[in-house]
Design a protein around this ligand. Sequence first.
Ligand SMILES: Nc1ncnc2c1ncn2[C@@H]1O[C@H](COP(=O)(O)OP(=O)(O)O)[C@@H](O)[C@H]1O
Ligand SMILES: [Mg+2]
Length: 278
Amino acid sequence: MPASDRAAAREAGELVVVKLGGETFAEGQATLDGVVDAAERHRLVLVHGGGKRLSAWLDRLGIESRFEGGLRVTEGEALDVAVAVLGGLVNTELVAALARLGVPAVGLSGADGGLIIAERLPHLGRVGRVVGARPAVAQALVERGLVPVVAPLALDETGAICNVNADDAAAGLAAALAARLVLLTDSDGVRSADGRTIARLDEPAAEELIARGTITGGMVPKVRGALAALRAGSRGAVIAEGRATGSLRRALDDPGFGTRLVASTAHVDRDSQALSTR
Ligand SMILES: Nc1ncnc2c1ncn2[C@@H]1O[C@H](COP(=O)(O)OP(=O)(O)O)[C@@H](O)[C@H]1O
Ligand SMILES: [Mg+2]
Protein backbone atom coordinates (compact mmCIF):
# COMPACT_ATOMS: atom_id res chain seq x y z
CA MET A 1 0.00 0.00 0.00
CA PRO A 2 1.44 3.46 -0.85
CA ALA A 3 2.34 5.57 2.19
CA SER A 4 -0.42 8.13 1.56
CA ASP A 5 -3.10 5.40 1.30
CA ARG A 6 -1.74 3.87 4.45
CA ALA A 7 -1.99 7.15 6.31
CA ALA A 8 -5.57 7.66 5.09
CA ALA A 9 -6.60 4.13 6.09
CA ARG A 10 -5.06 4.61 9.49
CA GLU A 11 -6.77 7.94 10.05
CA ALA A 12 -10.15 6.44 9.24
CA GLY A 13 -9.36 3.33 11.23
CA GLU A 14 -10.81 2.34 14.50
CA LEU A 15 -8.88 3.04 17.70
CA VAL A 16 -7.63 -0.20 19.23
CA VAL A 17 -5.71 -0.81 22.45
CA VAL A 18 -3.60 -3.97 22.15
CA LYS A 19 -1.86 -5.61 25.09
CA LEU A 20 1.12 -7.72 24.16
CA GLY A 21 2.17 -10.38 26.67
CA GLY A 22 5.63 -9.77 28.04
CA GLU A 23 6.74 -12.92 26.31
CA THR A 24 4.78 -12.75 23.09
CA PHE A 25 6.86 -10.05 21.44
CA ALA A 26 10.20 -11.10 22.91
CA GLU A 27 9.67 -14.55 21.48
CA GLY A 28 7.95 -13.88 18.24
CA GLN A 29 8.42 -11.99 15.06
CA ALA A 30 4.85 -12.99 14.17
CA THR A 31 3.46 -10.80 16.95
CA LEU A 32 5.45 -7.81 15.72
CA ASP A 33 4.39 -8.46 12.11
CA GLY A 34 0.79 -8.49 13.35
CA VAL A 35 1.29 -5.06 14.89
CA VAL A 36 2.78 -3.74 11.63
CA ASP A 37 -0.28 -5.03 9.73
CA ALA A 38 -2.74 -3.62 12.29
CA ALA A 39 -0.94 -0.24 12.33
CA GLU A 40 -1.72 0.08 8.61
CA ARG A 41 -5.43 -0.30 9.19
CA HIS A 42 -6.10 1.03 12.68
CA ARG A 43 -5.07 3.71 15.11
CA LEU A 44 -3.19 1.77 17.76
CA VAL A 45 -2.16 2.12 21.38
CA LEU A 46 0.06 -0.72 22.63
CA VAL A 47 0.53 -1.83 26.22
CA HIS A 48 3.15 -4.41 27.15
CA GLY A 49 3.77 -6.72 30.10
CA GLY A 50 7.13 -8.03 31.17
CA GLY A 51 6.70 -9.93 34.44
CA LYS A 52 9.01 -12.74 33.37
CA ARG A 53 11.78 -10.35 32.33
CA LEU A 54 11.33 -8.54 35.64
CA SER A 55 11.58 -11.81 37.61
CA ALA A 56 14.77 -12.73 35.73
CA TRP A 57 16.38 -9.39 36.58
CA LEU A 58 15.29 -9.54 40.22
CA ASP A 59 16.84 -13.04 40.44
CA ARG A 60 20.03 -11.86 38.79
CA LEU A 61 20.28 -8.99 41.26
CA GLY A 62 19.53 -11.27 44.20
CA ILE A 63 16.29 -9.46 45.09
CA GLU A 64 13.67 -11.86 46.34
CA SER A 65 10.23 -11.85 44.66
CA ARG A 66 7.34 -12.37 47.02
CA PHE A 67 3.83 -12.97 45.68
CA GLU A 68 0.54 -12.45 47.47
CA GLY A 69 -2.66 -13.58 45.76
CA GLY A 70 -0.83 -13.84 42.44
CA LEU A 71 0.51 -10.27 42.69
CA ARG A 72 4.16 -9.42 43.12
CA VAL A 73 4.95 -7.42 46.24
CA THR A 74 6.96 -4.52 44.85
CA GLU A 75 8.79 -2.21 47.21
CA GLY A 76 12.20 -0.69 47.74
CA GLU A 77 14.79 -2.00 45.32
CA ALA A 78 12.25 -4.24 43.60
CA LEU A 79 10.32 -1.14 42.55
CA ASP A 80 13.52 0.45 41.19
CA VAL A 81 14.11 -2.68 39.12
CA ALA A 82 10.47 -2.78 37.96
CA VAL A 83 10.69 0.82 36.74
CA ALA A 84 14.04 0.14 35.02
CA VAL A 85 13.06 -3.15 33.40
CA LEU A 86 9.45 -2.40 32.41
CA GLY A 87 9.70 1.32 31.68
CA GLY A 88 13.26 1.18 30.36
CA LEU A 89 14.43 -2.10 28.94
CA VAL A 90 11.27 -3.88 27.78
CA ASN A 91 9.61 -0.69 26.56
CA THR A 92 12.63 0.51 24.60
CA GLU A 93 13.27 -2.90 23.08
CA LEU A 94 9.70 -3.06 21.82
CA VAL A 95 9.86 0.50 20.47
CA ALA A 96 13.13 -0.32 18.69
CA ALA A 97 11.80 -3.57 17.21
CA LEU A 98 8.72 -1.76 15.87
CA ALA A 99 10.81 1.14 14.55
CA ARG A 100 12.92 -1.35 12.58
CA LEU A 101 9.68 -2.57 10.98
CA GLY A 102 8.61 0.96 10.08
CA VAL A 103 6.05 1.52 12.86
CA PRO A 104 6.41 5.04 14.35
CA ALA A 105 6.37 3.79 17.95
CA VAL A 106 6.82 6.14 20.90
CA GLY A 107 7.61 4.73 24.34
CA LEU A 108 5.71 5.94 27.39
CA SER A 109 4.94 4.57 30.78
CA GLY A 110 1.63 4.99 32.56
CA ALA A 111 3.31 7.77 34.56
CA ASP A 112 3.72 10.04 31.50
CA GLY A 113 1.07 12.70 31.40
CA GLY A 114 -0.63 10.90 34.31
CA LEU A 115 -1.73 8.38 31.69
CA ILE A 116 -2.66 5.61 34.13
CA ILE A 117 -4.04 6.26 37.59
CA ALA A 118 -3.69 3.60 40.27
CA GLU A 119 -4.88 3.00 43.79
CA ARG A 120 -2.33 1.23 45.97
CA LEU A 121 -3.28 -2.23 47.14
CA PRO A 122 -2.69 -2.74 50.86
CA HIS A 123 0.33 -4.87 51.90
CA LEU A 124 1.79 -5.11 48.39
CA GLY A 125 4.17 -2.16 48.49
CA ARG A 126 3.92 -0.10 45.34
CA VAL A 127 1.49 -2.27 43.49
CA GLY A 128 -1.65 -0.59 42.28
CA ARG A 129 -5.04 -1.35 40.88
CA VAL A 130 -5.90 0.76 37.83
CA VAL A 131 -8.74 3.15 38.70
CA GLY A 132 -8.62 5.50 35.73
CA ALA A 133 -6.68 6.98 32.87
CA ARG A 134 -5.95 10.44 31.49
CA PRO A 135 -5.53 9.52 27.87
CA ALA A 136 -4.61 12.99 26.50
CA VAL A 137 -0.93 12.15 25.91
CA ALA A 138 -1.82 8.95 24.05
CA GLN A 139 -4.51 10.73 22.03
CA ALA A 140 -2.09 13.49 21.03
CA LEU A 141 0.41 10.94 19.72
CA VAL A 142 -2.25 8.91 17.89
CA GLU A 143 -3.58 12.06 16.23
CA ARG A 144 -0.06 12.68 14.87
CA GLY A 145 0.01 9.20 13.34
CA LEU A 146 2.33 7.83 16.05
CA VAL A 147 1.89 4.59 18.00
CA PRO A 148 2.17 4.95 21.80
CA VAL A 149 3.81 1.96 23.51
CA VAL A 150 2.89 1.99 27.20
CA ALA A 151 4.79 0.29 30.05
CA PRO A 152 2.66 -1.02 32.95
CA LEU A 153 3.54 1.66 35.50
CA ALA A 154 1.16 4.22 36.97
CA LEU A 155 0.95 7.04 39.49
CA ASP A 156 -1.20 6.84 42.61
CA GLU A 157 -3.17 9.76 44.06
CA THR A 158 -0.04 11.03 45.86
CA GLY A 159 1.98 10.90 42.65
CA ALA A 160 4.02 7.86 43.72
CA ILE A 161 5.07 5.37 41.03
CA CYS A 162 3.22 2.04 41.12
CA ASN A 163 3.60 -1.20 39.25
CA VAL A 164 0.28 -2.33 37.71
CA ASN A 165 -0.88 -5.41 35.84
CA ALA A 166 -0.53 -4.73 32.12
CA ASP A 167 -3.97 -6.20 31.31
CA ASP A 168 -5.47 -3.84 33.86
CA ALA A 169 -3.57 -0.91 32.32
CA ALA A 170 -4.74 -1.81 28.81
CA ALA A 171 -8.33 -2.18 29.99
CA GLY A 172 -8.24 1.20 31.76
CA LEU A 173 -6.87 2.86 28.64
CA ALA A 174 -9.41 1.21 26.33
CA ALA A 175 -12.23 2.40 28.58
CA ALA A 176 -10.92 5.98 28.75
CA LEU A 177 -10.38 6.05 24.97
CA ALA A 178 -13.68 4.27 24.17
CA ALA A 179 -11.48 1.99 22.08
CA ARG A 180 -11.59 -1.69 21.23
CA LEU A 181 -9.48 -3.85 23.52
CA VAL A 182 -7.39 -6.83 22.42
CA LEU A 183 -5.49 -8.80 25.05
CA LEU A 184 -2.99 -11.06 23.33
CA THR A 185 -1.58 -13.95 25.33
CA ASP A 186 -0.13 -17.44 25.08
CA SER A 187 -3.45 -19.28 25.29
CA ASP A 188 -6.09 -19.29 22.55
CA GLY A 189 -8.61 -17.40 24.64
CA VAL A 190 -10.40 -18.41 27.82
CA ARG A 191 -10.83 -22.15 28.23
CA SER A 192 -13.72 -23.92 29.91
CA ALA A 193 -13.21 -26.81 32.35
CA ASP A 194 -13.22 -29.29 29.44
CA GLY A 195 -10.37 -27.40 27.77
CA ARG A 196 -12.34 -25.90 24.89
CA THR A 197 -12.04 -22.22 24.02
CA ILE A 198 -15.07 -20.18 25.06
CA ALA A 199 -16.23 -18.06 22.12
CA ARG A 200 -18.37 -15.57 24.06
CA LEU A 201 -18.25 -14.90 27.78
CA ASP A 202 -20.37 -12.55 29.88
CA GLU A 203 -19.78 -11.35 33.42
CA PRO A 204 -21.93 -13.81 35.41
CA ALA A 205 -20.46 -16.77 33.51
CA ALA A 206 -16.93 -15.40 33.96
CA GLU A 207 -17.35 -14.92 37.71
CA GLU A 208 -18.73 -18.42 37.99
CA LEU A 209 -15.67 -19.84 36.20
CA ILE A 210 -13.37 -17.81 38.45
CA ALA A 211 -15.21 -19.03 41.57
CA ARG A 212 -14.98 -22.64 40.35
CA GLY A 213 -11.25 -22.28 39.74
CA THR A 214 -11.53 -22.80 35.97
CA ILE A 215 -10.17 -19.31 35.28
CA THR A 216 -7.07 -18.74 37.42
CA GLY A 217 -3.78 -16.85 37.62
CA GLY A 218 -2.99 -14.36 34.89
CA MET A 219 -6.29 -15.05 33.12
CA VAL A 220 -8.28 -13.50 35.99
CA PRO A 221 -7.09 -9.88 35.47
CA LYS A 222 -7.58 -10.29 31.71
CA VAL A 223 -11.20 -11.38 32.04
CA ARG A 224 -12.09 -8.91 34.79
CA GLY A 225 -10.23 -6.08 33.05
CA ALA A 226 -11.91 -6.74 29.72
CA LEU A 227 -15.37 -6.86 31.34
CA ALA A 228 -14.66 -3.65 33.27
CA ALA A 229 -13.52 -1.95 30.06
CA LEU A 230 -16.75 -2.99 28.32
CA ARG A 231 -18.85 -1.64 31.18
CA ALA A 232 -16.91 1.64 31.06
CA GLY A 233 -17.35 2.30 27.36
CA SER A 234 -14.86 0.17 25.48
CA ARG A 235 -16.13 -0.87 22.03
CA GLY A 236 -15.54 -4.58 22.39
CA ALA A 237 -12.97 -6.75 24.10
CA VAL A 238 -11.27 -9.95 23.02
CA ILE A 239 -8.71 -12.27 24.60
CA ALA A 240 -6.75 -14.25 22.02
CA GLU A 241 -3.56 -16.11 21.32
CA GLY A 242 -0.95 -13.69 20.03
CA ARG A 243 2.05 -15.67 18.85
CA ALA A 244 0.91 -17.15 15.54
CA THR A 245 1.09 -15.37 12.20
CA GLY A 246 -2.09 -13.38 11.60
CA SER A 247 -3.24 -13.58 15.24
CA LEU A 248 -3.90 -9.89 15.77
CA ARG A 249 -5.77 -9.55 12.48
CA ARG A 250 -7.92 -12.54 13.37
CA ALA A 251 -8.49 -11.22 16.91
CA LEU A 252 -9.81 -8.02 15.33
CA ASP A 253 -11.73 -9.41 12.37
CA ASP A 254 -12.65 -13.05 12.97
CA PRO A 255 -15.43 -13.58 15.53
CA GLY A 256 -14.46 -17.26 15.68
CA PHE A 257 -10.99 -16.51 17.03
CA GLY A 258 -10.29 -16.13 20.75
CA THR A 259 -12.82 -15.24 23.45
CA ARG A 260 -15.08 -12.22 23.09
CA LEU A 261 -16.27 -10.65 26.31
CA VAL A 262 -19.88 -9.52 26.07
CA ALA A 263 -22.06 -7.27 28.21
CA SER A 264 -24.24 -9.13 30.65
CA THR A 265 -27.82 -9.49 29.55
CA ALA A 266 -30.50 -11.01 31.70
CA HIS A 267 -31.99 -12.73 28.65
CA VAL A 268 -28.95 -14.47 27.30
CA ASP A 269 -29.29 -18.21 27.08
CA ARG A 270 -25.96 -18.84 28.72
CA ASP A 271 -25.35 -22.36 27.58
CA SER A 272 -25.79 -21.59 23.93
CA GLN A 273 -24.50 -18.04 23.71
CA ALA A 274 -22.56 -16.41 26.48
CA LEU A 275 -20.74 -19.59 27.28
CA SER A 276 -20.70 -21.12 23.83
CA THR A 277 -17.63 -23.17 23.08
CA ARG A 278 -16.24 -24.52 19.88
N1 LIG B 1 -9.50 -20.70 31.95
C1 LIG B 1 -8.31 -20.39 31.41
N2 LIG B 1 -8.15 -20.34 30.08
C2 LIG B 1 -6.95 -20.03 29.52
N3 LIG B 1 -5.84 -19.74 30.23
C3 LIG B 1 -5.92 -19.75 31.59
C4 LIG B 1 -7.16 -20.08 32.23
N4 LIG B 1 -6.96 -20.01 33.57
C5 LIG B 1 -5.67 -19.70 33.75
N5 LIG B 1 -5.03 -19.52 32.57
C6 LIG B 1 -3.61 -19.18 32.45
O1 LIG B 1 -3.46 -17.80 32.14
C7 LIG B 1 -2.27 -17.67 31.38
C8 LIG B 1 -2.21 -16.31 30.70
O2 LIG B 1 -1.92 -15.28 31.63
P1 LIG B 1 -0.42 -14.80 31.90
O3 LIG B 1 0.42 -15.99 32.25
O4 LIG B 1 -0.48 -13.69 32.89
O5 LIG B 1 0.09 -14.33 30.47
P2 LIG B 1 0.32 -12.85 29.84
O6 LIG B 1 1.80 -12.69 29.73
O7 LIG B 1 -0.34 -12.95 28.49
O8 LIG B 1 -0.34 -11.85 30.76
C9 LIG B 1 -2.32 -18.86 30.46
O9 LIG B 1 -1.04 -19.22 29.99
C10 LIG B 1 -2.89 -19.95 31.35
O10 LIG B 1 -1.87 -20.69 31.97
MG1 LIG C 1 -0.25 -11.63 32.86
